[in-house]
Design a protein around this ligand. Structure first.
Ligand SMILES: Nc1ncnc2c1ncn2[C@@H]1O[C@H](COP(=O)(O)OP(=O)(O)OP(=O)(O)O)[C@@H](O)[C@H]1O
Ligand SMILES: [Mg+2]
Length: 230
């Protein structure tokens, strides 16, 4: 079974959409469009009857998120009012309190909504967890177990989970998340003179074929549109 991405042109590259019940990583440098692509997917899915939640890990104010969103045609206040789409900003205190506190937040505020599609943006904030429930140091190697347990909560409930990660100059850092997900989509900006070219590439898609290579995409008021290269 497949679920549409609701991003123009992306389903063709995914050979029919995201595989049901999968975890998807969207990675790219700052400003490459990770947040916009996620929000477009959620808003369009909510308009089509799915229950969706966007979880910002950056402790940004909801007003700021809404202010950016209102620049796009996919934004629809009535969908937020209806509760089909919710926007949440996780307080930095919750991250500071450690792994248990994050689990508790997600259980109480996200999973209780019975969502179909959830975005955690960016997941890399979890790399900052430094204490556990027992108030001892959170070891680097525990991050994998934490993420595995968290992703399982979504898988067991058949929720599509999309996470984002800022691509670092050091590719070793992004690997942390790469092997834990089913699908990886990378976004890239290339500046040529005074023109910006945007490219999207699928790096892996478990349980699915996909069209390899760099596919140009545009980002305008109308949202993201992928121009397949095949
Ligand atoms: N109305 C618009 N039309 C066209 N492009 C826009 C519009 N609004 C924002 N953008 C583009 O979106 C980019 C920001 O996208 P987005 O916030 O999704 O990036 P990001 O990858 O999430 O970045 P970060 O890593 O900083 O969170 C801006 O650099 C700008 O080029
Ligand atoms: Mg972003």
């Amino acid at each position: 079974m497949r679920k549409t991405s609701y991003i123009n042109g992306l389903d063709e590259i995914l050979c029919g959409g995201f595989v049901d019940n999968s975890t998807i990583l969207i990675s790219g440098k700052a400003g490459s469009g990770k947040t916009n692509i996620c929000l477009q997917s959620l808003f369009e899915a909510a308009k089509n009857g799915e229950t969706c939640a966007y979880v910002s890990m950056l402790s940004e104010s909801k007003e700021k998120i809404l202010n950016t969103l209102s620049n796009f045609d996919f934004f629809d206040q009535s969908i937020l009012d209806s509760g089909k789409m919710s926007i949440q900003s996780v307080d930095s205190d919750i991250i500071c309190k450690g792994d248990f506190s994050i689990f508790e937040y997600i259980n109480e505020n996200i999973l209780t909504l019975n969502p179909d599609r959830v975005v955690i943006d960016p997941i890399t904030v979890f790399e900052e967890i430094d204490s556990t429930f027992e108030e001892r140091q959170f070891r680097g190697c525990e991050l994998r177990t934490f993420a595995r347990n968290l992703f399982s909560e979504f898988e067991e409930r058949n929720i599509m989970l999309i996470i984002t990660a800022e691509a670092s100059e050091n590719p070793i850092n992004t690997c942390k998340w790469s092997y834990m997900v089913d699908t990886i989509l990378t976004l890239e900006n290339v500046i040529n003179g005074n023109k910006m070219h945007r490219y999207l590439e699928l790096i892996k898609a478990r349980r699915s074929d996909y069209i390899p290579g760099k596919h140009a995409y545009s980002m305008t008021r109308n949202g993201v549109r992928v121009i397949s290269q095949y």
